[in-house]
Design a protein around this ligand. Structure first.
Ligand code: PGA
Length: 255
């Protein structure tokens, strides 16, 4: 098991926060704080309408821009939706797919997650695929089954070459936005389970090379311990990504 085989990625998930003007200001504040950080990739996943300003503000820096969802069709009568091609043309490199808030509030299923993953990868986007159990599933001791199922279905039709553009984020739903963080051992254990699922399908080498993040109330204080774990290769950060100083500290802790 060797952490050096994979890239550390710290990604911010702004969710429905920051207007286009606030986007410019926040990224301009963040830039000098992370400019010397070369060892980990830095991504900000912003609301669709903020993408243009985010891409402009992050130009020629080490900050990459992502979106928070993508539709699976190439184009057509899907009012309110955004295609992979539209994102690419705006300068987006990453897209979050299957976030638990989309699964909980917007009818996302393992099957639609799979369709979005395929559409995004085929178009040339990199995917941050979110999986994670809800509290009752953890209490019933079925976390392993749940994340294994979510991972397997999401990756149907994804071959080894495509896997290179997939990052997986383990996000226990009970830890998201609650301030109730998983212990470093819990995070490491489940990220390891996900890595085993990848190893079964793609072989040990491909699994060892895949970045698996932890997400759920990660912050400037608890990130060092989580990120030190062998199976935790980065973080998907919600609340703390809105504060440049806190987000920069997490990036530093991933170095
Ligand atoms: P949080 O969100 O850091 O605010 O818990 C994480 C996420 O939902 O990606």
């Amino acid at each position: 098991m060797n952490k050096k085989l994979r890239k550390a990625i710290i990604a911010g998930n702004w969710k429905m926060n920051n207007t286009p003007a606030q986007t410019k200001k926040t990224i301009n504040e963040l830039k000098p704080l992370v400019e010397k950080c070369k060892k980990c990739e830095i991504v900000l996943c912003v609301p669709f309408v903020d993408i243009q300003n985010a891409v402009k503000a992050a130009k020629d820096t080490n900050i990459k821009i992502g979106a928070q969802n993508v539709h699976f069709a190439e184009k057509g009568a899907y009012t309110g939706e955004i295609s992979a091609q539209m994102l690419l043309e705006c300068g987006v490199e990453y897209v979050i797919i299957g976030h638990s808030e989309r699964r909980q509030y917007f009818g996302e299923t393992d099957e639609t997650v799979n369709k979005r993953v395929l559409a995004a990868l085929n178009a040339g986007l990199k995917v941050i695929l979110c999986v994670g159990e809800v509290l009752t599933e953890r209490e019933q001791d079925v976390t392993s089954e749940v994340v294994s199922r979510q991972t397997k279905i999401a990756l149907l039709g994804v071959d080894k070459k495509m896997l290179k553009n997939v990052v997986i984020a383990y996000e226990p739903v009970w830890a998201i936005g609650t301030g109730k963080v998983a212990t470093a051992d819990q995070a490491d254990e489940v990220c390891g389970i996900i890595r085993n699922v990848l190893a079964e399908k793609y072989g040990a080498k491909a699994a060892e090379g895949t970045t698996i993040q932890y997400g759920g109330s990660m912050n400037a204080q608890n990130s060092a311990e989580l990120l030190a774990k062998v199976n935790v290769d980065g973080g998907l950060i919600g609340g703390a990504s809105l504060k440049p100083a806190d987000f920069a500290q997490i990036v530093k802790n991933a170095q």
